[in-house]
Design a binder for this molecule. Sequence first.
Ligand code: ATP
Ligand code: MG
Length: 366
Amino acid sequence: MSVSLKQISKSFVTAHGTVRSVRNVTVEVEQGEFFCLLGPSGCGKTTTIRCIAGLESPDDGEIRLGGELVFSRAKKQATPVYQRNIGMVFQSYAIWPHMNVFDNIAFPLKYGMHKRPSAHEIQQKVANICALVQLEGFESRPSTQLSGGQQQRVALARALIKEPEVVLMDEPLSNLDAKLRMETRLELRQLLKKLGTTAVYVTHDQAEAFAVSDRIGVMLDGRLVQIGTPRDIYLRPSEAFIADFVGRINFLDGEVITLEGRDGRKAARTPIGLVECPGVEKLTNGQKIKMGIRSETIRILESQKGNIVNVFPGAIKSAVFLGEHIDCEVIIESQVFYVKVPPDLEVTVGSQVNVLLPCNSWVVLP
Ligand SMILES: Nc1ncnc2c1ncn2[C@@H]1O[C@H](COP(=O)(O)OP(=O)(O)OP(=O)(O)O)[C@@H](O)[C@H]1O
Ligand SMILES: [Mg+2]
């Protein structure tokens, strides 16, 4: 079932004034798509999915599920929560501590259906969903005797037991350890793809969003500022905030110039010198730009080989060994660059190095 939001807005009136939590959000999530809302704390992610579920009533706009209008302020349409075929996983799991695994998972079948299935049917459905989320054998375990990851699976199984066509998940893995989070997010994506369920997933963790999503919608201050595939968002961010939010990036201010004697090729004049990058070729001379380069694309050269463009002399200011890589700060002409270097490279704080800022790694931001 597709999920369509058209010009959705939601404000809250508080003692400190009006908070515009969601502003004119428009997005079409396709049937079977895994869509992620990504953004910093307080940007409106939870409010947006609560509007989709029907737990929050927008001030304006329209919501359609599978093409059917479920909310319209103008047309006075507001389908109640229980009539929207949606499963929801809350950030806090919200599983019932006084029930065992089976009763938690079976709960929506017993209480949320027009026609209650027979005890045998409930047994069967719970067994099937437990197999899918790898909770077989846990059915009679009290909820209080489950690990975080197991509780997460119970919440997920409960959200999926009625085979909803849409599942909404609000930071569902936020309380798990890093390794379990990585395993679970992969299983979650595979499971929902297998079931053909449309997913709207909320997170403020960019790696998680990249790992699970078909497309990501980046939110800031209640607005959806960019929608794209993980690659689009990472490699072609539409603004500096997004570039910075989804990974470590170094910014430079520049001015477009034409290089002398180079067949009209252009470059950017920056505080570290002339930087060549394809993004400036179509811009006009004198134009002021902001450009960015990601820390993992910068290279520390062990020796300067030949005449390579965009190589600058620098000095290592700091180096922190993190196992997978070394986090370095390198100073070039009093500008600090964050650089991720391979763990086997010898970097000595204070040493002089040559730094390659590859042409193709730069993005020019509006
Ligand atoms: N019921 C409410 N009453 C008043 N303000 C609210 C209410 N719910 C949310 N807000 C405000 O709306 C804004 C968006 O909140 P929301 O919970 O949607 O953010 P979020 O993106 O989910 O953040 P987080 O990542 O911290 O969960 C915040 O400024 C929040 O304080
Ligand atoms: Mg939230």
